[in-house]
Design a protein around this ligand. Structure first.
Ligand SMILES: [Zn+2]
Ligand SMILES: [Zn+2]
Length: 287
């Protein structure tokens, strides 16, 4: 909640006029508590976990034949019962674990006493981009090691096997996880904002972008209009993570979830490199 009763009061406190973005933010957030604003993260996660997979499913149902060149496992047909089952599991996970985790741990530790803020002035674009970059790098690095541990015999059999149920994943499978895995991946997601506290808008963007990315890498499609693969160094796209599911439980390759560099550095991309080499040779033969 903002400590100003009007735009004029906010401008007097800042010693300048509000920008258009700050005026919109003032009108939206002035009477909302920090708890309510922070709860928007749950809403974004809930909506994006349904809307973004629906986008990919609709693409396949409506334009499947035209997009077959971009389907990563073209021989595997869309299985709506798998999608529905994954979505049911996502909803169960969301209401039984994500919401209580947010209310019990994430909210109290992030907004209260950790430097996160929801007031004015708004952060600059560069501050937002820099903080999001830190969040993604921290999340990726910690997830790399958690994911590697989940592929040890005990971790896989007891926890991670649920996520690997489908060797050709769909967008709804991004959060198709054992409850213990949801708790584990909540840690890397929260460490970046705890280390470098950001504005509420940055936290919303973080939740939104990370959710969209999670769905995209499970979508089964390597679409040409995804600009991220061209502008983000070591970007882990759908093809990269799809290979991890394709190999299944035996997979000791492609543990990175946002970037590929950890797999390069620690030598866990050999299977994928060999697979790409074979695909390249097959492509040359068929030309
Ligand atoms: Zn895995
Ligand atoms: Zn996955």
């Amino acid at each position: 909640m903002l400590p100003y009763k009007s735009v004029e009061e906010a401008e007097a406190a800042l010693g300048r006029g509000l920008t258009a973005a700050e005026t919109i933010w003032f009108n939206y957030s002035a009477n909302k508590s920090d708890f309510l604003l922070q709860s928007h993260n749950l809403l974004f996660l809930f909506l994006l976990s349904a809307i973004v997979p629906l986008y990919y499913t609709s693409l396949e149902l409506l334009f499947g034949n035209s997009l077959v060149a971009y389907k990563i496992q073209p021989k595997v047909k869309l299985n709506l019962s798998h999608c529905f089952s994954s979505y049911k599991s996502t909803l169960r996970t969301f209401f039984l674990f994500v919401v209580p985790l947010f209310l019990g741990v994430s909210y109290p530790s992030s907004i209260q006493g950790k430097g996160s803020r929801s007031g004015l002035p708004l952060p600059s674009i560069w501050e937002i981009v820099a903080q999001l970059a830190v969040y993604f790098v921290v999340d990726d690095y910690l997830n790399y090691w958690i994911h590697r541990w989940l592929h040890c015999k005990w971790g896989y059999e007891k926890i991670h096997k649920v996520h690997h149920e489908y060797t050709a994943p769909n967008g709804f499978a991004a959060l198709h996880d054992h409850w213990a895995e949801i708790l584990l991946v909540g840690i890397p997601f929260s460490v970046g904002p705890a280390l470098v506290p950001g504005h509420m808008i940055t936290l919303w963007l973080w939740t939104g972008l990370r959710s969209i990315h999670g769905v995209a890498i499970h979508s089964g499609y390597n679409l040409p209009w995804n600009p991220l693969k061209y502008i983000i160094p070591f970007y882990c796209g759908p093809e990269y993570h799809d290979y991890h599911h394709y190999i299944g439980g035996q997979s000791q390759s492609n543990f990175g979830l946002v970037f590929t560099y950890c797999d390069y550095v620690y030598g866990t991309n050999k299977g994928y490199r060999y697979h790409k080499k074979l695909l390249h040779q097959e492509g040359l033969k068929s030309d």
